[in-house]
Design a protein around this ligand. Structure first.
Ligand SMILES: Cc1ncc(COP(=O)(O)O)c(C=O)c1O
Length: 381
C-alpha cells in the first residue's frame, strides 16, 4: 500500500466532509431540498468571490466559463485586449479568435508579469475596445497579475468589460471582485473550492450585463440569461451536477468557517514555505519576485537533472503527485500546487519527497535544508 498525496494546482484534494456529502444517494434537482442547497452554494460563492453581482454556475470545466465570457459579452468583429503570460492567457486568445474577435495581443514571457500601463496604452490606441481579458493567477507559470491595477484602468471605459480568469486565484489570493471593478470573474470547482472537477462559476456585473445586451455571438448552453432567470426561481436551466452542488454547499461553508482572509493567509504561508524550502535546496524559482501567486510554485529543474524523472519518481516511489511544466517548459520546470485543502505537513511531505528524489538523481544539496526552511516559515522563525 502506498499513501497518495495530490500536490497539483488542479485537481486538488477534496476534504472528507465534501466527499461524504457527494456519496449520498442522488436527489432530484426539481425539489425544495436541491433548491435550498443550490441557493446556499450560490450565496457561498458570492462570499468567496467578494461580490454582490450575479454568480452563475455551470456543469462544465473552467474552460466552459471562459468560453461563456466570450459568447455572452461580445459580437464577431469586436476588439478585445488579451494579456497573456502563460498557457491560460493563450487559451483566452484562442477562444476569442475562434469566435471571430479582433485580438490586441499583449504577449509577455511566462516569467513576466503583465504590465497594466500596456493595457492603458492599448485602450488609448484602440478606441472602441469592448473587453480586456487577463488571467489573475497563471497556473502554468505561477505568475500573479495585478488585476486591481487593471481594474482601476478599465473602470474609466464605460463600454469595456474586464474579464478575469481567476480559476486558480479564487480562494488562494485576494480577489476583490466588486471593490476592484472586475466585471466577469471565473473559477472552477477542482481548484480553491476543494471539489472534484465538473463545476465552473462566473460573476457578472451590471456593466457585463450591458455587454450581454449588445452581444450577438451565438449561445445556448452557456447563455447567461438562462442561468440568471432560473436562479431567480432557485433552480437551474438544465440538469445540474447535483452531487457537486451538494458538495459545494459544504465546501463554501468550510471556507466561511475558516474566514476568507484566513484562507488567503494560509495559502500565502504555504506558498512562502514552498518557495523558501526550494531555495534552501539551491533551486531557482520560475515566477518573478514581483508577481508570485499562492496557488502554485513553479521551480526550474536544475542543470544536469532530468525534469520529467523528478515528477515520475516522486509519484511512483513516494506517492506524491506534483505537476510538470507545460508547453515549452515541459521537462524544464516542475510545479508544486498548494491550492485549496492544503496544510503545513503537505508542504513538508512534498519537500521531503523532493529532497529524496533529487538525491537519487545525483543533485547535490544540503540534506533536510528544504524542510528546515519550510518549518522555519511555519514556526515564524
Ligand atoms: C488559470 C486557469 N485557467 C483556465 C483553466 C482551464 O480550466 P479547465 O481545465 O477546468 O477547463 C485552468 C485549469 O487548469 C487554469 O488553471
Amino acid at each position: 500500500m502506498q499513501k497518495k498525496y495530490l500536490m497539483t494546482p488542479g485537481p486538488t484534494p477534496v476534504p472528507a466532509e465534501v466527499l461524504l456529502t457527494q456519496a449520498a444517494p442522488i436527489i432530484h434537482h426539481r425539489t425544495p431540498d436541491f433548491s435550498a442547497a443550490f441557493m446556499q452554494s450560490i450565496e457561498g460563492l458570492r462570499y468567496v468571490f467578494q461580490t454582490e453581482n450575479d454568480v452563475l454556475l455551470f456543469a462544465s470545466s473552467g474552460t466552459g466559463a471562459m468560453e461563456s465570457a466570450i459568447v455572452n459579452c461580445f459580437s464577431a468583429g469586436d476588439t478585445v485586449v488579451v494579456c497573456r503570460n502563460g498557457k491560460f492567457g493563450d487559451r483566452m486568445k484562442q477562444i476569442s479568435e475562434a469566435y471571430g474577435l479582433n485580438v490586441v495581443d499583449l504577449r509577455y514571457e511566462w516569467t513576466e508579469v503583465c504590465d497594466p500601463t500596456d493595457i492603458a496604452t492599448a485602450l488609448e490606441e484602440n478606441p472602441g475596445v469592448r473587453g480586456v481579458i487577463v488571467t489573475q493567477s497563471e497556473t502554468s507559470s505561477g505568475v500573479l497579475n495585478d488585476v486591481e491595477a487593471i481594474g482601476a484602468i478599465v473602470k474609466g471605459y464605460p463600454d469595456t468589460v474586464l474579464i478575469v480568469d481567476s480559476i486558480t486565484g479564487i480562494g488562494a489570493v485576494e480577489c476583490k471582485t466588486d471593490e476592484w471593478g472586475l466585471d466577469v470573474v471565473m473559477t472552477g470547482s477542482q481548484k480553491g473550492l476543494m471539489l472534484p472537477p465538473g463545476l465552473a462559476a462566473v460573476t457578472v456585473s451590471a456593466k457585463a450585463w450591458k455587454a450581454y445586451e449588445r452581444s450577438t455571438l451565438p449561445k445556448y448552453y452557456f447563455d447567461w440569461m438562462k442561468y440568471k432567470k432560473n436562479i431567480e426561481k432557485e433552480t437551474t436551466p438544465f440538469t445540474p451536477a447535483v452531487s457537486l452542488v451538494l458538495g459545494l454547499q459544504v465546501a463554501v461553508r468550510m471556507i466561511r468557517e475558516e474566514g476568507l482572509e484566513n484562507t488567503i493567509a494560509r495559502h500565502s504561508k504555504l506558498a512562502e514555505a514552498t518557495r523558501k524550502g526550494c531555495e534552501a535546496l539551491g533551486l531557482k524559482l520560475f515566477a518573478p519576485p514581483e508577481g508570485r501567486g499562492s496557488a502554485v510554485t513553479p521551480v526550474w529543474v536544475p542543470d544536469g537533472v532530468d525534469g520529467k524523472a523528478i515528477v515520475k519518481i516522486m509519484k511512483n516511489k513516494y506517492g506524491v503527485t506534483i505537476a510538470g511544466g507545460q508547453d515549452d517548459y515541459a521537462g524544464r520546470i516542475f510545479r508544486v500546487g498548494h491550492l485549496g485543502y492544503f496544510g503545513e505537513f503537505d508542504i513538508i511531505t512534498t519537500l521531503a519527497a523532493l529532497e529524496m528524489t533529487l538525491a537519487e538523481l545525483g543533485y547535490e544539496f544540503e540534506r533536510a535544508a528544504g524542510i528546515k526552511a519550510a518549518e522555519a516559515v511555519f514556526m515564524g522563525l
